[in-house]
Write a protein that binds this ligand. Structure first.
Ligand SMILES: [Mg+2]
Length: 402
């Protein structure tokens, strides 16, 4: 026996005018038809309106209701299409595995991203524009129920950010829907546009030696703790006056101060989690009015570095632990946290946070992140957090407003 098809998807489209939704919903009320899903979009003067209707309790036959709707559409000079569904088909449609893909780019970005999605058998359910005067920041709702290989899809999409030099985020719908409240910043090459230890090494006259150890650590020959201990030992004797000069010359990344100010104004809690040094992170915390900072503690005696680090070394694992600790202390879910970093020792922290942002980072880090963000484009984080352009002030992303 054929399944009963009591659900009808109705789509009307055409020139927009006031009163369209009202006319159609009046017919539905009069016929005791329930709307179980609805979506309307208007672009310029063109309208697209979709209803998913449950006709099981309708006063007259399905055909009768559809005839009324078709008549109304023709009176309003709109096109109407419909499709029937059974309850079983409806249930299959409702168990969706959804992701939100946000990109900052133009037509080429859409062409290439949608091509990957098609090849990976992921369906775009909805497209919306987050920018007011240009389509620079576009958000796609993607259904990955039928996707061939989700992790390949993710890495292919994120790889596009490098290839096209655009910013891009891919988040699970559940995490995306949670309002973010807590932001963790890495310090070196993220909040500040420099590697402070390099500057210290230059002033201590050991730049080459320090760089050699850094390279070893980057190749994975020694771990972070070992490399930090060795490098700090080389800095022994560096005077506090030199540290003060570096502190005075510290340059924030482009957009960092505005980003911090905006987030603070909107009530976010913000802090630094750095594999660098407290002498600098504490200073930044005070200067920018951040809520907390964690970093390695330099031992200073008689006005100079002793070459030792006190307490626990803040490395990859410890950074992730801090994300956990601070969020639970604040009573904030991990899905409500954001972590931003650029380096290998940010991998776990980015993976831990609800939204992990790889900032001007290597592809390896991007794989652990939800978002790939280019240098000097920190402001784009605000769009990803759902902050409106009004709240951003005149800080809009549009390059070519229409
Ligand atoms: Mg860094």
């Amino acid at each position: 026996m054929d399944e009963k098809k009591d659900f009808v998807m109705v789509t009307v489209s055409g020139p927009d005018q006031p009163g369209i939704t009202s006319s159609f919903s009046r017919i539905l009320v009069d016929n005791q038809v329930e709307i179980v899903d609805i979506e309307q979009a208007s672009l310029q003067d063109f309208l697209g309106l979709s209803f998913l209707l449950d006709m099981s309790g309708a006063k007259q036959s399905k055909d009768g209701v559809l005839k009324d709707l078709l008549f109304e559409a023709s009176r309003l000079r709109l096109t109407l299409n419909f499709r029937l569904f059974s309850e079983k088909e409806m249930k299959a449609r409702n168990s969706k595995n959804l992701f939100i893909l946000t990109y900052f780019g133009q037509t080429q970005a859409l062409a290439e991203i949608s091509n990957i999605l098609a090849e990976e058998n992921a369906n775009i359910e909805m497209i919306s524009n987050l920018t007011r005067h240009c389509a620079m920041c576009v958000e796609l709702t993607i259904n990955v129920n039928q996707a061939k290989n989700l992790s390949r899809l993710k890495s292919r999409v994120l790889a596009k950010s490098h290839e096209l030099n655009i910013d891009l985020a891919l988040q699970k719908m559940e995490a995306y829907r949670k309002n973010k409240r807590l932001v963790f910043f890495d310090m070196d090459s993220t909040l500040v546009d420099m590697e402070i230890i390099d500057e210290m090494a230059k002033r201590a006259g050991v730049f080459k030696e320090v760089s050699r150890i850094t390279e070893k650590a980057m190749r994975g020959d020694i771990d972070f703790e070992e490399s930090l201990t060795q490098r700090v030992a080389l800095l022994k004797g560096l005077k506090v006056e030199e540290l003060e000069k570096i502190r005075g010359d510290m340059k924030l990344s482009e957009g960092a101060e505005d980003l911090v100010d905006t987030l603070k104004r909107l009530g976010f809690k913000l802090g630094l989690v750095s594999g660098g040094f407290d002498y600098f992170s504490d200073f930044l915390r005070e200067k920018l009015g951040l809520d907390f900072s964690y970093a390695n503690q330099l031992e200073i005696k008689n006005g100079a570095l002793t070459g030792k680090v006190l307490g626990k070394i803040v490395d990859n694992t410890y950074k992730a632990k801090i994300v956990n600790l601070v969020s639970s202390e604040q009573g904030i879910l991990l899905d409500q946290t954001v972590a931003i970093g650029d380096g290998a020792n940010d991998v776990l922290m980015l993976g831990q946070a609800g939204l992990g942002i790889a900032y001007n980072a290597k592809e390896k880090l991007e794989r652990a992140a939800n978002m790939s963000l280019g240098r000097a484009r920190l402001k784009n984080i605000l769009y990803i957090l759902g902050i409106s352009e009004e709240e951003m002030g005149d800080w809009s992303v549009c390059e070519r407003p229409i």
